[in-house]
Design a protein around this ligand. Structure first.
Ligand code: URA
Length: 258
């Protein structure tokens, strides 16, 4: 491995071929599919730990698709290393748990700001610092979802370090949720928070602190008004809708730059 190859993502500038935009799914298994949806000739670039990377070309622009793994710590590593390789725009695509009862499974949620229930973002900026998405990236996602007529909501996400206690799940090894989180689901619902996921707060804070851009779209795979357990039968639809919206959002974004 050359000395210019970044330690965790195993990428260097040459491999990125000038890409300035990255799509960040959490799951390494979604990287190839997403890249090929953008570009049938997309190719695998590198894989190490949770970070798998493919490179696609869309409308003449190189696009890196790189998985982050789950949660803030691995997102922070991914952003550090990709930013130092010249990536300026980060779009996260992922799955999520809907908090508001009127959000149907498979609906898209485009996050404008995140409740900072993570730890990693506090290593970059104090808790008073907002976790907000970039307006232009967010607008491109909203425009794409609207164009396809896909059900979607735009608003605030609770971004949490844990899938179980932090998202107030009781179907666990101990069945116990610490007092700090007891009743928190109901409270977020009253505060108009749309959904739970695990990466957006870290992503938004670090991108903002770096002076870079980040946006986020997720598909609801569980409705917390009805269940604690994600519904695997909506995964295929979720992945397809995310890929469609992501591709169109990039086209809108590239057109706005030219
Ligand atoms: N991801 C989460 O963080 N929570 C969910 O409920 C589903 C996906």
């Amino acid at each position: 491995m050359g000395s210019d190859v970044k330690y965790h993502v195993h990428l260097n500038r040459e491999m990125l071929e000038g890409a300035e935009v990255a799509i960040l799914p959490g799951d390494p298994g979604r990287v190839g599919k997403t890249a090929r949806y953008l570009d049938p000739d997309a190719h695998f670039v590198a894989s190490n730990r949770e970070f798998t990377s493919w490179l696609a070309t869309l409308d003449g622009h190189k696009v890196l698709v790189c998985s982050t793994g789950i949660g803030g710590p691995s997102v922070s590593i991914c952003l550090e290393e990709l930013a130092s390789l010249g990536i300026t725009d980060f779009y996260r695509i992922g799955t999520t748990g809907a908090i508001q009862p009127d959000i149907e499974l498979g609906s898209l949620i485009i996050t404008t700001g995140a409740v900072r229930l993570d730890g990693a973002s506090t290593h970059y900026a104090p808790i008073e610092y907002p976790a907000v998405a970039d307006l232009e990236l967010t607008n491109s996602l909203v425009a794409a979802a609207r164009e396809f007529g896909l059900p979607h909501r735009v608003g605030i996400t609770a971004a949490c370090d844990t899938f179980y206690p932090g998202q107030e799940r009781y179907d666990t090894f101990t069945g116990y949720v610490p007092r700090r989180f007891q009743g928190s689901l109901e409270e977020w619902r009253h505060l108009q928070v749309l959904n739970y996921e695990m990466e957006s707060a870290t992503l938004f804070v670090i991108a903002s602190v770096f002076g870079l851009k980040a946006g986020m779209v997720a598909s609801a795979i569980v409705s917390r008004a009805r269940s604690e357990t994600p519904d695997d039968t909506v995964l295929a639809l979720a992945e397809e809708n995310l890929a469609r919206v992501m591709k169109r959002a990039l086209q809108i974004r590239f057109a706005s730059l030219s």
